[in-house]
Each structure stands twice: as structure tokens, then as C-alpha cells.
Design a protein around this ligand. Structure first.
Ligand code: FAD
Length: 397
């Protein structure tokens, strides 16, 4: 809770001007805190007369920060297959480990997954901590959380990275909370500050309008989840060598309150839009579910898949797994068609790393044209059928 010391407050208004959330007003020479306060602490830092403090928000410093060393990546394996984001984490993890001059460790959980260790080593890991057990074959949050927490307490890595996937987003916050560690979710950039070795964690903030760089100076490990498809995957080198440590796990550690009765794969997710080379995306301009049949037709002609803006998903024309953007997926296909999509920042952050972007929009001022490699100004219901016709003609020629 933000407390104002009425004896010290001089009503200068600096806190009111500093608050990004409009939570403070100065009335009759005294700062008044409203409901929108997020306890970000910005006003506390800026108050020149030290009239503000956050009750219970005193910073606790772990005394032994230097005892934590090494970079870890959580190598997610689903149904026995290494998730592509694991290789992306190894790519950035290798860079961070080299900057820090410490080893890079891959942490691999699963059942019968030992064969994946060589891939992790080839892709940059110096060491693999392998927890291979039938109880880890299916993701169960309580078991994964307990095992990971125990390993972190034992080995004390300074940095732990995981994919911002359904599994990473579920287990990592749980472990960070138990350890009292700082965690930045959904990072799009990671770096090491040379002077003090701090992990700099960058992610979109305030609805994607600014990029915030976050650091965790008072606790270890520094934990971050990283969006799939943002970092470049490591290029495997079969000549690399590394150590594999097979872990012995107590039955007690593996006991779970969760029983997985059945795993049902959502048909819609069978085409993972993060893994295809051509995406044809539709937005509000597509107007209806029927309109998306045209988008699907173009996608099929190009052996691609359908993607969508949030407006199209919210309207119920397309299912959520197809959504691209800040609250959807980040994609980096070779070719991205944006049909009837305005190009709002929250959409753009999910697709701007596409190699070639073709935008079709009837508004020549639409922001999507700022990102597009090729822009077609006009009605998508006229242009898309023409494109399909042209592709078919080319194919027949
Ligand atoms: C916290 C937050 C998170 C968000 N996350 C996401 C996200 O993950 N993904 C996302 O996409 N959005 C997200 N949004 C929403 C985002 O701000 C936009 O509202 C959304 O992207 C707009 O979708 P759109 O471009 O399809 O619709 P609009 O902005 O309405 O644009 C429709 C476009 O279609 C064009 N058009 C209309 N008819 C035709 C036609 N016949 N032919 C050609 N062009 C036509 C129009 O000129 C217009 O440019 C988020 C917003 C917030 C606040």
C-alpha cells in the first residue's frame, strides 16, 4: 500500500506528474492516492521530500548473489518432441553465457527423452540436467515445479530462461514465486550489462506502445520467459561436446495431485502458424466467417495457413490459435499477407519479423503499409480473387 506522510508532503505535485497511471492527485496541498495505483514505486523514487513509501514493499536483498552462477534454459519437450523454442533459447542462452563467461545448461524433463540431450549439446549446451522418468512424460505443474525448484536450489544458476508457451507460462511463475525470484514474462530481447553482469530483460509494455527493459538486482535467479519465434534458433554443431547429468528423483518429489486421463490435440492447432512459411492473415476488413473462406483459398493456393488479427478472432470468424500479435502468437514466416488488417502496434509486434509482407487494404494511410514490403491499395474482395486467379494461371503455364 502506498502511504503518504502528511507531515512531510508539501503538495508540490511531482508525484502527480510522475504517475503514469493517474493514480495521484494533490488536493489542499496533500497527495491523495487513488484506486489505480499499481505500487510501481515511481512516485516514491521521485519524491524530493521522502513523503511517500510503499508499506511492505521494502526491497529484500539476498546476501549471497555471487553464489549464483551459470545460465540455464528449460528445454521444453512435449509428447517426447523437443519444442522449437528450446533451440531458440539455446541460441540466446549461448550468447549470454559467453558474455558472462559461465556455462550454459539445458534442463530437460520427460519420459524417454535421453536421445534429445545430443541435440541440446550440439545446439550450444555445455551441460544437460536430464530428469527422465515416466512421471514426467505428461506435463503436470506440481511435479515439474517441484523438480525445477529443487534443482535451482541445489545448483544456484544466475539466470533461468523458458519459453513463453503454455507450459513455460504455467511452471515458471510458480517456481519464481516459491523462490522469491524476479521474473519477466514474454521477453522479446535479452542482454547482459557489461559493468555488473545484470540480465537486461526487454518486453513490450503499456499495450505494446513502449519497450521496457527490466532488471532484477536484488534476487537470484533472474528468471524470464521468452516468446517463441523471436530469438534466432541455434545452428546445431555435431562436433560440440557436453556433459549429461542423469538425475535421480525421489518418489516423493514425483507424487502429483493431478492425474492426466487423456490428451486431446486440438485440431485447430494441428497447423501451428509459427511453423509455416506462408501465412495469409485476415482482419476486420474480411467482414465475416464466409469472408475467411477467401483467405483460406489463397492460403491453400500458396500451401500456407490462415492467420488473423484479434478483431477477427474476437468476432468469432477464426479461432484463437490463429491470432497473431501481442496477445496471440509471434510469427516469422517467409511470406505474410495482411488482408483487411490496419496494422495496429499490437498486431505488428507479432508479424514484423516476417521476411516479406504483402498488405492489402483499401485505406492508403493504414499503418500496415509502413511495415509492408509490397502494398496493394484496394478492396480485398477484388484483389484476393485476382491473386488466386493469377497463381492458378502461373501454375498451369
Ligand atoms: C492489450 C492489447 C492487446 C492486443 N493484442 C492484439 C493481438 O494480439 N493481435 C491483434 O491483431 N490485435 C491485438 N489488439 C488489438 C489491436 O489494437 C487492434 O484493435 C486490432 O489489431 C485491429 O484489428 P484489424 O486490423 O483487423 O481491425 P481494424 O483496425 O478495424 O482494421 C481493419 C482494416 O481493414 C481495412 N478494410 C476494411 N474493409 C476492407 C476491404 N474490403 N478491403 C481492404 N481493406 C479493408 C480497413 O481500412 C482497416 O485498415 C490488442 C489490443 C490491446 C489493447
Amino acid at each position: 500500500m502506498l502511504i503518504v506522510d502528511a507531515d512531510k508532503c508539501i503538495g508540490c505535485g511531482i508525484c502527480e506528474d510522475t504517475c503514469a497511471f493517474g493514480a495521484i492527485t494533490v488536493e489542499d496541498g496533500l497527495a491523495i492516492v487513488g484506486d489505480t495505483c499499481t505500487l510501481c514505486g515511481s512516485c516514491v523514487d521521485n519524491c524530493e521530500v521522502e513523503a511517500l513509501h510503499i508499506e511492505g514493499g521494502e526491497k529484500t536483498v539476498q546476501v549471497d548473489l555471487a553464489a549464483w552462477s551459470g545460465i540455464w534454459i528449460f528445454a521444453e519437450s512435449r509428447h517426447g518432441v523437443l519444442a522449437p523454442v528450446a533451440l531458440e533459447l539455446l541460441g540466446i542462452g549461448r550468447k549470454l553465457a559467453d558474455q558472462r563467461g559461465v556455462p550454459l545448461t539445458g534442463v530437460l524433463f520427460g519420459d524417454n527423452v535421453a536421445t534429445q540431450c545430443s541435440m541440446l549439446v550440439a545446439s550450444g549446451a555445455d551441460k544437460v540436467l536430464l530428469a527422465d522418468h515416466p512421471a514426467l512424460g505428461q506435463y503436470r505443474e506440481d511435479v515439474y515445479g517441484r523438480v525445477l525448484e529443487g534443482l535451482i536450489k541445489e545448483y544456484k544458476p544466475e539466470v533461468v530462461l523458458a519459453g513463453a508457451t503454455a507450459i513455460g507460462r504455467s511452471v515458471i511463475p510458480q517456481v519464481a514465486t516459491v523462490l522469491g525470484a524476479g521474473l519477466t514474462a514474454d521477453c522479446t530481447g535479452l542482454d547482459i550489462r557489461e559493468e555488473d553482469g545484470m540480465l537486461l530483460q526487454t518486453r513490450p509494455a503499456f499495450g505494446g506502445n513502449i519497450m521496457a527493459t527490466i532488471e532484477c538486482p536484488h534476487s537470484r535467479p533472474q528468471m524470464a520467459t521468452v516468446r517463441p519465434n523471436v530469438m534466432a534458433p541455434a545452428a546445431p554443431d555435431d562436433n560440440r561436446s557436453g556433459e549429461v547429468v542423469s538425475l535421480e528423483l525421489d518418489d516423493e518429489l514425483l507424487a502429483s495431485r493431478v492425474e492426466v486421463l487423456e490428451t486431446v490435440v486440438n485440431n485447430d492447432e494441428q497447423v501451428n502458424i509459427q511453423e509455416v512459411e506462408v501465412l495469409v492473415a485476415g482482419g476486420r476488413g474480411v467482414e465475416s466467417e464466409k469472408g475467411f473462406e477467401l483467405i483460406q483459398e489463397l492460403a491453400s493456393e500458396l500451401n500456407g495457413a490462415v492467420a488473423a488479427s484479434r478483431a477477427a478472432v474476437d468476432a468469432g470468424w477464426v479461432n484463437y490459435p490463429h491470432q497473431v500479435g501481442q496477445t496471440g502468437k509471434t510469427v516469422s514466416p517467409k511470406l505474410y499477407f495482411a488482408c483487411g488488417i490496419s496494422g495496429a502496434i499490437q498486431h505488428a509486434v507479432g508479424m514484423q519479423s516476417a521476411e516479406t509482407v504483402v498488405a492489402i487494404n483499401r485505406d492508403e494511410k493504414a499503418p500496415i503499409f509502413d511495415i509492408a514490403t509490397y502494398g496493394l491499395v484496394g478492396d480485398l474482395f477484388e484483389i484476393v480473387p485476382l491473386l488466386i486467379k493469377k497463381i492458378e494461371e502461373q501454375r498451369r503455364a
